[in-house]
Design a protein around this ligand. Structure first.
Ligand SMILES: [Ca+2]
Ligand SMILES: [Ca+2]
Length: 246
């Protein structure tokens, strides 16, 4: 039996073998500078590839979570506005001049009782109202790393950081929904002596319509602003639907 100590001595490392290649290094001899450099290069390339793959994963994951959050926030506003009349149930579409928006005394989302009340409202970051909001008008709170609701100095919940929901309500032509009319537009019969009628209101050949008889198109735009200096606001998603005439 041949033991480690009994094994015959191998040839010196620099001595060529029969085929001309250096013999294997003996134990404890160490590495040459070239071998060390090549090893470091290979490891470096591997680490770089892993870092790039990790960055790509983080970017993809961020886009995915933002897209999901944007769709969620848009769906909440749509659900909130579902079933509301196009114009105020008490005063209709009125004002001087006639314009969309909340009526006197309607100051919060709980007061809004018709679709046009929401025109121009931005819920959330840098907005006109607290937000973002959910389908029953409640603030959607921001969560910290362990899932706890973030509170302000008064102990009140803080809205989802950086997110906003902007609502745009437009009056559209029932015969061509790509045509947007002004808030006070209406149409009178041809030959009408209504001197206040908007320009072209009775010359289009289309049927007469009162100021509140047009369908509405609602668009909700979701935007996100990262929490860092000089961060740019990005539109993440938008949702649009038409509220038909009764
Ligand atoms: Ca109203
Ligand atoms: Ca209104």
């Amino acid at each position: 039996m041949i033991t480690r100590t009994d094994r015959p001595q191998s040839a010196p490392s620099h001595a060529p073998t029969r085929r001309g290649w250096p013999a294997p290094r003996r134990s404890g001899q160490g590495f040459t500078l070239l071998e060390s450099a090549m090893t470091l290069t290979i490891i470096g390339i591997g680490v770089l590839a892993m870092v790039e793959a990790q960055q790509a994963f983080i970017h993809s994951n961020l886009w995915s979570s933002h897209a999901a959050a944007g769709a969620y926030l848009g769906g909440e506003v749509r659900e909130l506005m579902r079933g509301l009349p196009r114009h105020d149930p008490a005063s209709g579409l009125s004002g001087s001049p006639v314009a969309f928006g909340p009526e006197t005394g309607e100051t919060t989302v709980d007061d809004y009782d018709d679709v046009d009340d929401f025109d121009g409202v931005i819920f959330g970051f840098n907005g006109t109202n607290p937000g973002p909001i959910d389908a029953i008008g409640r603030l959607i709170p921001d969560l910290d790393n362990v899932g706890a609701i973030v509170l302000d100095e008064n102990g009140d919940p803080v809205g989802m950081a950086g997110w906003s929901q902007q609502v745009i309500v437009e009056k559209i032509e029932p015969f061509d929904t790509s045509i947007v009319r002004s808030d006070d537009y209406y149409r009178v019969p041809p030959g009408s002596d209504d001197n206040d009628a908007p320009i072209g209101a009775n010359g289009s050949g289309l049927p007469p319509l009162t100021v509140d008889a047009f369908p509405l198109r609602v668009t909700v735009v979701m935007r996100y602003t990262p929490n860092r200096p000089d961060a740019e606001t990005t539109e993440i998603s938008r949702i649009s639907w038409i509220v038909p005439r009764d």
